[in-house]
Design a protein around this ligand. Structure first.
Ligand code: FAD
Length: 406
């Protein structure tokens, strides 16, 4: 039995343990994670870890000795398969039952799989764990052509790294533009042009029919119109399925994720959920109930839970932020652009340093800043204030954003 059991040793789980000790929580803490590694940063998996620029040791969230020093018991390589909310216990796949005072569910999700024939062939990869990327890296020497299914951030980042490696990369996106769910059209068009300039074949509005096989491995992706795109490696970046089954089976409210309140409590007593798997009402999405898949959200929700458990409850109200690195482009976003009804382009796309400012009913709700860190930093205050500023002024790069609000 532990006072706090954390399930999931990723970003949210690690930060929950760190924040509990920072808040002077003196009770016992155990962290159960199904990956063999201690908590590591996931964003580099499609960036500097895939490219080889950062070895694994440099993406650990804390050095391995840290957890013991903070009296956090690590149970790695074990998956929690059952939660008994009455008995206050969790059970792992290898049959161990562990009691909890409070449970923090921080399990993220697993990559959504294709449902078409060939989806599980060798050479078809999701990108979620170190093991996924190590498998890709091991196969790369035998690969000349890569098909990336899904033009979201993870797919595009992987495409950028593999194009730099000299692979022939094709991006297959079902919607009429890349990044369609997360960004405005000018940003989509900008990234499509960048990838094409680096030799990536970006195909829009295409549907995957099946993955082709040769000698037990993938050899291509066949589209609905019958065309086959040859590929010895297929990367699937089409979102995640939140890992909440044991919680929902135990009766927690939810569906696509587990529902939490402002302090990240689930509907089960003494059970919290944080990070990618937690469906919450987000103040920056007009109160809509969403899941956010970002390091910011996992860390900030972890801190909210730690404070609540340590006896100083706070509500979750953090400003969303996110980043993506592709080629020499550093995208930084703040706020949530969902539901925008206007976009101001600040700067010149051709200069490769530009910010998109998203408006809803005249208010600034989000910024996507490409190689424009100053706008990103200063734009945060505009998002927090929901500032109403004349679009012509927002577009004027001669005036710093910070001078636009009192
Ligand atoms: P995770 O970090 O995924 O941790 C969950 C852990 O729980 C995993 O180890 C999982 O295996 C484990 N687990 C699941 N079920 C169980 C179970 N039943 N029992 C035990 N353990 C379990 N975000 C950004 O902000 N910026 C970026 O640039 C960015 N890039 C990304 C690139 C990639 C390739 C990926 C995959 C993600 C990226 N993200 C990025 C998203 C970010 O990594 C996630 O939002 C973040 O990791 C969420 O933290 P989490 O704790 O909710 O989940």
């Amino acid at each position: 039995h532990y006072d706090v059991v954390i399930v999931g040793a990723g970003h949210g789980g690690a930060q929950a343990a760190i924040a509990l000790r920072t808040a002077k929580f003196a009770g016992s803490i155990a962290m159960i994670g199904d990956e063999p590694e201690p908590p590591y940063e996931r964003p580099p998996l499609s960036k500097d870890y895939l490219s080889g620029d950062k070895p694994f040791e440099r993406i650990l969230i804390r050095p391995p000795a840290f957890w013991g020093e903070r009296d956090v018991v690590m149970r790695l390589g074990r998956r929690v398969v059952r939660v008994d909310p009455q008995a206050h216990t969790v059970t792992t796949g290898d049959g161990e039952t562990i009691g909890y005072g409070q449970l923090i569910w921080a399990t993220g999700g697993s990559p959504r799989r294709l449902s078409c024939p060939g989806h599980d062939l060798a050479g078809v990869h999701g990108v979620r764990t170190r093991a996924d990327v190590d498998r890709m890296i091991a196969e790369l020497p035998g690969v000349t052509r890569v098909a990336v299914i899904g033009g979201g951030y993870i797919g595009l980042e992987a495409a950028a790294v593999l194009a730099k490696f000299g692979k022939q990369v094709t991006v297959l996106e079902a919607l009429p533009r890349v990044l369609a769910r997360v960004a405005g059209e000018p940003l989509s068009r900008f990234y499509e042009a960048e990838h094409r300039a680096h030799g990536v074949d970006v195909r829009l509005g295409v549907t995957v029919a099946c993955i082709e096989e040769a000698d037990g491995r993938t050899c291509g992706v066949t589209l609905a119109d019958g065309e086959t795109v040859p590929a010895e490696m297929v990367i699937v970046g089409i979102g995640i399925v939140p890992a909440v089954e044991p919680l929902l089976d135990a009766g927690a409210a939810g569906g696509n994720g587990v529902d939490v309140d402002a302090q990240c409590r689930t509907s089960l007593a003494d059970v919290f959920a944080i990070g990618d798997c937690a469906t919450h009402a987000n103040a920056f999405a007009d109160g809509a109930r969403i899941r956010l898949e970002s390091v910011q959200n996992a860390n900030d929700q972890a801190t909210v839970v730690a404070k609540t458990i340590a006896g100083t409850p706070v509500d979750y109200r953090a400003v969303p932020w996110f980043w993506s690195n592709q080629y020499d482009l550093r995208l930084q976003t703040v706020g949530l652009s969902t539901g925008y009804d206007g976009i101001v382009v600040r700067g010149d796309m051709a200069s490769r340093s530009v910010s998109l400012i998203y408006l809803r009913e005249g208010r600034v709700i989000a910024l996507d800043c490409v190689n424009a860190t100053r706008d990103y930093v200063q734009g945060r205050a505009l998002v927090l204030a929901g500032a109403v500023i004349d679009p012509a002024q927002l577009a004027d790069t001669a005036v710093p954003l910070k001078e636009m609000i009192a």
